[in-house]
Design a protein around this ligand. Structure first.
Ligand SMILES: *[C@@H]1O[C@H](CO)[C@@H](O)[C@H](O)[C@H]1NC(C)=O
Ligand SMILES: *[C@@H]1O[C@H](CO)[C@@H](O)[C@H](O)[C@H]1NC(C)=O
Ligand SMILES: *[C@@H]1O[C@H](CO)[C@@H](O)[C@H](O)[C@H]1NC(C)=O
Ligand SMILES: *[C@@H]1O[C@H](CO)[C@@H](O)[C@H](O)[C@H]1NC(C)=O
Ligand SMILES: *[C@@H]1O[C@H](CO)[C@@H](O)[C@H](O)[C@H]1NC(C)=O
Length: 444
């Protein structure tokens, strides 16, 4: 086995060698030529320009936490510090959730006489620099928020036409991340409003993650790679099934544009905010009699699938200080995080749909080391058996794979050929990694 993986590691480095030695090594994913230059129709990456913005960040999608989904405007320096502490004590930080992002409402509603933004003195009396120092002392990073318009969405000062001064101020505070929103934009095209902030951030000399939040209006996937490290592809998420499925389908359309350096952003996580557990009609079947929610399937829609399988930014949106064991378990699934953070950086996508309104779906995407991630997602209102045919996920029919179940954390099948089926709960999903074994055809 050791010898075998050594061979694979060497071989995966060159297309040529792979084709020459194909009969004697593990069958490779047919479309995977070299790990970093992926070519296929099924997993099209043709629209992706390698490291367009080139600020060294976002080699894998960003991970962290943001105030907005749970706290909205009800924020202050205490809650940010407590959350930083909680990211450490829960172990989430060591799994990669390191950006602590303050969304809208950190700034006072008017600039000072020098024209500078100032932290709201009631809620951030110690200032953002003190907060950045605190967060950095924990090994974490700090994010702030502004807007490519004259105001933010909550009517705080925006940065349009003030890019240089604002970027310099944030850099002087030690800010590491900017989410840049789209309200009050004077109707100017985003292609004009977003690049000046890229240049202003770059000019500071401080490495700052640049997350565009243009809501997908002008199809940012087509142009934002040159500008930011991620770009929102859709309207804001909310904690409902319809929001999540709508966003997933839109984000799916832009899969070919995502890659290391620049990612499609289907918005922050709602896991742990409770809406989909308790308001989704299908979720009732997963409630214990004591009204506690049973860990498993329909969390996966958010958790695994829509985010993790899609190389999406993983920005936690719940109150980490008060996180439940179930939520923590979902957010801490190392194997699923590894899929999201796979160095190959090819976004997973929907490859097959059947059943009523196509609600029985197969989503898949290639991973490094010739593996494949696959999700069986049941969007129907009844449990169903979903089958993934190898031709639908881009494997040669004769290839034998081992199937690792990322919920159970075990190999559920050592030797699967041609197709794989599983029973999936209503609004549930199952997630696997497929690792090709020696081809049944080829001999050594
Ligand atoms: C800070 O914000 C949190 C969350 O909204 C709130 O519970 C707390 O009371 C606030 N603290 C202060 C001092 O305002
Ligand atoms: C600024 O942009 C250049 C060119 O893309 C890049 O090499 C450099 O790393 C950037 N610097 C910062 C601080 O982002
Ligand atoms: C949630 O998102 C859905 C889908 O985008 C939208 O139809 C709905 O109005 C949103 N709900 C709220 C409360 O914003
Ligand atoms: C903590 O979460 C529980 C439910 O999990 C909720 O009942 C409680 O109000 C939350 N506490 C705070 C301070 O938000
Ligand atoms: C998989 O799809 C191919 C092509 O559509 C078909 O010929 C084959 O019978 C299918 N295999 C299974 C196991 O369903």
């Amino acid at each position: 086995m050791a010898k075998w993986s050594g061979i694979v590691a060497v071989v995966s480095l060159t297309v040529f060698l792979m084709s020459v030695t194909a009969a004697t090594v593990l069958p490779i994913h047919p479309y995977l030529k070299v790990e970093d230059t992926f070519i296929s129709q099924l997993y099209d990456t043709s629209n992706y320009g390698f490291l367009q913005i080139d600020n060294g960040l976002a080699r894998t999608p960003q991970m962290g936490w943001s105030t907005w989904n749970f706290f909205a405007c009800n924020i202050n320096e205490t809650v940010i510090k407590e959350t930083a502490d909680a990211l450490i004590s829960t172990g989430l930080a060591s799994l990669g959730y390191t950006y602590v992002n303050i969304d809208d409402c950190w700034s006072r509603s008017t600039r000072n006489l020098k024209g500078e933004m100032i932290p709201d003195p009631k809620t951030f009396p110690s200032g953002i620099k003190a907060l950045a120092d605190y967060v950095h002392s924990k090994g974490l990073k700090l994010g702030v928020y502004s807007d490519a318009g004259i105001f933010t969405c909550q009517v705080r000062p925006g940065s349009l036409f003030q890019e240089k001064n604002d970027a310099e101020l944030w850099a002087s505070w030690g800010v590491d991340y900017l989410k840049y929103d789209n309200c009050y934009n004077l109707g100017l095209p985003p292609q004009k409003r977003y690049p000046p902030m890229r240049d202003a951030l770059n000019d500071t000399g401080r490495t700052i993650f640049y997350a565009l939040c243009e809501w997908g209006i002008d199809d940012p996937a087509e142009w934002a790679g040159k500008i930011g490290n991620s770009w929102r592809t859709t309207d804001d998420i909310n904690d409902t099934w319809i929001s999540m499925t709508t966003i997933a389908d839109i984000n799916n359309k832009w899969a070919s544009y995502a890659g290391p350096g620049g990612w499609n952003d289907p918005d922050m996580l709602e896991v742990g905010n409770g809406g989909m557990n308790y308001h989704d009609p299908f979720s009732k079947q997963f409630l214990h009699s004591d009204n506690k929610f049973v860990m498993q399937p329909f969390f996966c829609e958010i958790a695994c699938w829509f985010k993790w399988c899609m190389s999406a930014p993983l920005i936690i949106g719940c109150d980490v200080r008060n996180i439940t064991a179930d939520t923590l378990k979902i957010l801490s699934n190392k194997e699923v995080i590894a899929v999201d953070q796979d160095p190959l950086g090819v976004q997973g996508r929907r490859v097959y749909a059947s059943g009523p309104d196509g609600c029985q779906q197969v989503w898949a995407g290639p991973l490094s080391r010739n593996r494949l991630a696959m999700v069986l997602w049941n969007r129907c209102s009844k449990a169903a058996t979903i089958t993934a045919n190898w031709s639908a996920i881009g494997l040669e029919p004769s290839i034998s794979v081992s199937m690792r179940d990322l919920w159970k954390h075990e190999v559920v099948s050592e030797n699967t050929v041609g197709s794989f089926s599983a029973r999936v709960n209503a609004h549930g999903c199952e997630m696997y990694i497929l690792t090709p074994r020696r081809s049944t055809r080829s001999s050594i």
